[in-house]
Design a protein around this ligand. Structure first.
Ligand SMILES: [Zn+2]
Length: 125
């Protein structure tokens, strides 16, 4: 189940919204859109903000993209193109099993995960 959006080439699962995402993730979606189109694949954002303070999803710095409908070649090509296209400030992994297999993309240039945000009191105000 997904819904199409006015943004050509980008679909969203259920209630997933871009509204709270930080600009770094909008850039990631833009890059992903081009990568998926180049691989004749449909881009669906399956998760964005999530109520889990241990995840960068909570800080609007992570998104998940559907991969279950991709064949093996598409999965590998898209993974490589996302990693190259987004550069080293982003981490891209392909994980999950069966219907839940997805790309997780997060913006974490310092490679500290949620540590920085949890300790940043300014962000909490
Ligand atoms: Zn994720």
């Amino acid at each position: 189940m997904y819904r199409s959006s006015p943004l050509y080439g980008i679909n969203f699962k259920g209630n997933v919204t871009l509204k709270t995402l930080r600009p770094e993730m909008l850039h990631a979606i833009s890059v992903a859109r081009a990568v998926f189109i180049a691989n004749q694949a449909q881009l669906t954002v399956t998760d964005a903000w999530r109520n889990d303070p241990d995840s960068l999803h909570y800080y609007n710095l992570a998104i998940d993209l559907r991969a279950k409908n991709l064949n093996r070649e598409q999965r590998n090509n898209i993974l490589g193109s996302l990693q190259i296209g987004l550069g080293t400030d982003y981490q891209v992994i392909l994980h999950g099993q069966g219907d839940s297999v997805h790309y997780h993309i997060e913006f974490d240039p310092l490679r500290v995960g949620t540590l920085y945000y949890k300790n940043d009191k300014r962000r909490m105000t």
